[in-house]
Design a protein around this ligand. Structure first.
Ligand SMILES: [Zn+2]
Ligand SMILES: [Zn+2]
Length: 153
C-alpha cells in the first residue's frame, strides 16, 4: 500500500463521517460517475478509489475516481505487481491495459466473425473460385447442363 500521511489512519478515516461526506460530495459533483477503468455505469458496489493518498483526510474530489468492484480489485492487484509505480500511475496503467485487452478481444471477435462469414477463406480457399455454397451449386448445375448438351450433339 502506498505511503499515507502519518497523521491519518486509513482504516479509521474510511469509517469516518468525514469520508462519508466526501463521498457524497463526489457523487453530487459533475465529475465522472462511470467506472474509471471499464466505463461501466454506476451501480451498487461502486467504490471511490484514491489516485493518491497524499491528501488523505483532506483530499480533493479530483484525487478520487469511481470504480466498479472488479476493476478496483484489478487496480490494487496491479499495485502489488508494480511496486515502482505510484498509485496514480497504476490506476492509469490498469485502465490502459483494460482498453488494450478489450481492443484485442474485439479484433479476435471480428476475425472469428470473418471466418464464419467466409468459410472458404478460413479453409485457405479462394472465395472467387468457390463462392458461396449456393453459387457453387449453380456453377455445378450449369456445368452439368452443358455436359448433357454436349452428349446430345
Ligand atoms: Zn470497472
Ligand atoms: Zn483503491
Amino acid at each position: 500500500m502506498a505511503i499515507l500521511p502519518a497523521k491519518v489512519n486509513y482504516y479509521e478515516y474510511i469509517m469516518s463521517d468525514a469520508w462519508r461526506r466526501k463521498r457524497k460530495a463526489y457523487w453530487a459533483s459533475n465529475l465522472r460517475k462511470d467506472c474509471f477503468v471499464c466505463g461501466c455505469k454506476r451501480q451498487a458496489g461502486f467504490h471511490l478509489h484514491h489516485l493518491t493518498y497524499e491528501r488523505l483526510g483532506n483530499e480533493r474530489l479530483e484525487d478520487l475516481v469511481p470504480v466498479c468492484e472488479p476493476c478496483h480489485v484489478m487496480i490494487h492487484n496491479n499495485e502489488k505487481k508494480h511496486p515502482n509505480m505510484s498509485l496514480r500511475e497504476v490506476t492509469h496503467f490498469t485502465q490502459k491495459n483494460y482498453l488494450k485487452e478489450k481492443e484485442l478481444e474485439a479484433k479476435q471477435a471480428a476475425i472469428t466473425q470473418h471466418i464464419i462469414d467466409n468459410p472458404y477463406v478460413a479453409r485457405g480457399l479462394d472465395p472467387k473460385l468457390f463462392g458461396t455454397p449456393r453459387k457453387k451449386r449453380k456453377i455445378q448445375r450449369r456445368h452439368a447442363e452443358s455436359q448433357s448438351r454436349k452428349t446430345k450433339t
